[in-house]
Write a new protein. Structure first.
Length: 197
């Protein structure tokens, strides 16, 4: 993808606006995850219930730790080393830098490290995590192609077209409760890991 397009997308996120970006699962809707007003725009554009948390995306799991977004146990770090980057969202204890609006005021936040060069190239250009939520109107199917994204979402954002994505959503895991909140990619492997670790 042209670096100028990625730079423009990074600028847009720094300005509090939204970006549609490809991942190895479905298209995501990105905004500065540390800026409450930007996160509110994501909820508003999607028509998402404010009681449903949104995850954040970072270029490497270590960034979430080093920049003070989350705390992680040794077991969570081992899990991240095994499955991230990849189509997995790991819930970790959020720190004060992460606004309550992102997590519906819960004490844990989903951390996502997409295994997608375009998404990682965007994240590497930023000094903030971005929201990791599907680029769709809530209740509608997630989009695997830009043309499948509802016009209201597409028109509200800069769009990074990465062609067709694989389509299986990420598996969402909370090791603190041994819970898989959403079964998606690699769910069976995660089941095995939870049993063995």
């Amino acid at each position: 993808m042209d670096s100028d397009v990625l730079e423009r997308a990074a600028t847009v996120i720094h300005d509090g606006e939204l970006v549609v970006y490809p991942t190895e699962t479905v298209y995501g809707l990105g905004a500065d995850a540390l800026t409450p007003a930007a996160v509110e725009r994501v909820f508003s554009i999607k028509g998402r219930d404010r009681s449903k948390p949104i995850s954040l995306a970072v270029p490497r799991f270590d960034v979430a730790l080093e920049e003070g977004y989350v705390r992680a146990t040794d077991r969570e770090r081992r899990f991240a080393a095994e499955f991230l980057p990849g189509p997995v969202t790991l819930l970790c204890e959020r720190r004060a830098r992460v606004p309550g609006v992102l997590t519906a005021d819960r004490d844990r936040v989903g951390v996502r490290v997409p295994d997608c060069n375009r998404a990682l190239s965007l994240l590497e250009r930023l000094d903030t995590p971005i929201t990791s939520t599907s680029a769709n109107v809530s209740g509608e199917p997630s989009a695997r192609r830009v043309e499948d994204i509802d016009e209201s979402v597409r028109n509200a954002a800069v769009v990074l077209d990465g062609g067709q994505t694989p389509g299986t959503e990420s598996t969402v895991v909370d090791l603190s409760t041994e819970t898989i909140h959403r079964r998606g990619s690699k769910a069976d492997r995660i089941d095995a890991w939870l049993t063995d670790n």
